[in-house]
Design a protein around this ligand. Sequence first.
Ligand SMILES: C[S@@+](CC[C@H](N)C(=O)[O-])C[C@H]1O[C@@H](n2cnc3c(N)ncnc32)[C@H](O)[C@@H]1O
Length: 192
Amino acid sequence: MPDKSNGYEEYAVEFMRRRNAVIGPNIVRGWAASFPPGAEILELACGHGVVTQLLVESGLTVSAVDASPTLLRAFSQRFPAIPTECAPAEDFTFFGRTFDGVVAWGLLFLLEEPAQRTILRKVGNALRPGGRFLFTAPHQECDWIDILTQKPSRSLGAAAYKQALYKAGMDVSHGVTDEGNNYYYFVTKSGS
Ligand SMILES: C[S@@+](CC[C@H](N)C(=O)[O-])C[C@H]1O[C@@H](n2cnc3c(N)ncnc32)[C@H](O)[C@@H]1O
């Protein structure tokens, strides 16, 4: 079967060993704290659950998707009660429902531009009015090689993300950089 995880399935064990959980938790916790207890969150590219752990500790109800079977297996051992699907986010049906929030840490820039745009459109459809989306991608438009998988990555840059999000009914309220130099886009869907 062709790999849809952009190389992460092959390096899943190595990724779990290297993933630094002390990068970004305060930003994710702050975002999570802005939801009422039990709010329904979809995590795109959950990996083995580093971000999920923070969402669960914040009292949120999480559903998750990832394209790597190995990472998703580790995830389900850690969080057996969380509904999951093993699928590429760009082809995923979002469980056919809507959410209060969507988070995608370390995903968008792994994908080709059309797939990134597809995901942003789908997030816009899956968020409830006033719902929120948090994702990471460099602020500047750039291309680089993923240090783990050696595959190409690309950021469309803040202006292009903002425009694509706007077309999908969402607005970027602000952005923040963490200790590991990851840039976070804080996004809200219009309506209330
Ligand atoms: C940098 S890791 C981040 C994982 C997790 N969000 C975390 O914070 O540890 C990238 C993740 O994206 C997943 N991934 C790569 N391409 C994907 C795709 N097309 N759809 C869904 N997940 C994908 C990988 O399997 C991996 O879990």
